[in-house]
Design a protein around this ligand. Structure first.
Ligand code: ZN
Ligand code: ZN
Length: 356
């Protein structure tokens, strides 16, 4: 945590701030180690404080090493402004992409005579992009649990089972195996519904012959996994096989390109060109992938506009898809650590077309 605070102080200086306030769940946890749901990190050049209420002061004093724990009562802004003033902060950076207008106005009114507020933009997200060894271990474990769940769910899926029951079974199994939460609302999209890239589970029953897309992940020690597999329930038609093989080729070719020094958009282009040449460019309407960490969607983006250079120990997804209304869709997604010369693939579930 200390290293992270050193980094955040460097960032403060680059934007002309001498303090920050952060309380979005991911940034709060990243900077302080706090896993609870209410608390405000305030860091100045010399001090680090954690403002929270009665419910969390004991937990914070255990988890937030090196932080002064300040117990707030109501109104909260009194305690925040007291801490900001005590730490001598004159230019306070805040999470402009997270703070509500209401909260901003209250805080600004309270501290305005002595302290200016400066937008932090995505600067904490910037330091979260490259993962340290502990973070990588947690993400790897979250991916392992998702892989185990895939093997388990193959036995569970059959015609007549509802999408919602598949989602619940995935959740139950992963929680039994160490997951603390779902990393997002699972996509379980069968038959025609599989042409919706974000078709969350409904009470639709699985039919024989359905394409079935499962996109899910879990949280382990705060870190997310994210994986997609598409299978056919029953025997695949030639058309299903053909679409599947195009997506698989795009996914595998793009995978080979993922390494340090490459731009996100260069990786995206490999997959997009393959899908476009096969005639389905318009049926692949989302970016190829995204970063994963404390949040399931974070930087860097692998998309046509992804201008960031990939670096060692970034964690990204590679998830091309083809979605055809009235027919269905196929997406295949792996979770990957960017290596110096090659990708380190965390998702180990099989990618050849499974016909159940
Ligand atoms: Zn996914
Ligand atoms: Zn994803």
């Amino acid at each position: 945590m200390l290293k992270r605070i050193v980094r955040i102080r460097e960032i403060m200086r680059t934007i002309g701030a001498d303090g920050i306030i952060a309380y979005s769940p991911e940034n709060r946890r990243y900077l302080s180690g706090f896993t609870g749901s209410t608390g405000y990190v305030i860091i100045s050049e010399k001090e680090a404080g954690f403002v929270t209420d009665f419910r969390y002061t004991e937990q914070a004093s255990v988890q937030c090493k090196g932080f002064e724990i300040i117990k707030n009562e109501s109104p909260l802004v009194e305690y925040l402004s007291y801490t900001i003033e005590k730490y001598g902060i004159k230019k306070l950076a805040f999470e402009d992409n997270f703070m509500t207008v209401d909260f901003y106005e209250k805080l600004r009114k309270k501290i305005k005579a002595k302290t200016e507020m400066i937008p932090l933009e995505e600067k904490i997200g910037e330091i979260r992009i490259i993962k340290d060894d502990d973070e990588l271990e947690n993400i790897k474990k979250a991916a392992e649990i998702a892989d185990l769940a895939f093997l388990h769910i193959l036995d569970y899926i059959k015609p007549g089972v509802k999408e919602m029951d598949i989602a619940l079974e995935l959740e139950y199994f992963m929680k039994k195996h160490g997951s603390s939460n779902n990393s997002f609302e699972f996509i379980v999209a069968s038959g025609n519904r599989s042409s919706m890239p974000h078709g969350v589970a409904t009470d639709k029953k699985i039919n024989n012959g359905d394409l079935l897309t499962l996109d899910y992940g879990c949280v382990y020690n705060g870190y997310c996994s994210d994986m997609t597999r598409t299978i056919v329930v029953g025997k695949a038609t030639d058309e299903q096989k053909r679409i599947y093989s195009i997506v698989l080729k795009a996914q595998e070719e793009a995978l080979l390109k993922i390494k340090a020094g490459v731009l996100g958009k260069e990786v995206d282009k490999i997959a997009r060109d393959i899908i476009t040449e096969a005639g389905y460019g318009d049926n692949f309407g989302h970016g190829l992938g995204h970063g994963v960490g404390l949040a399931v969607h974070e930087e860097p983006r692998l998309s046509p506009t992804g201008n960031r250079v990939l670096e060692k120990n970034m964690v990204v997804t590679n998830e091309p898809g083809i979605y055809i209304p009235g027919f269905g869709g196929v997406r295949i997604e792996d979770l990957i650590v960017v290596g110096k010369d090659k990708p380190i693939i965390l998702s180990k579930s099989p990618k050849e077309l499974i016909e159940l």
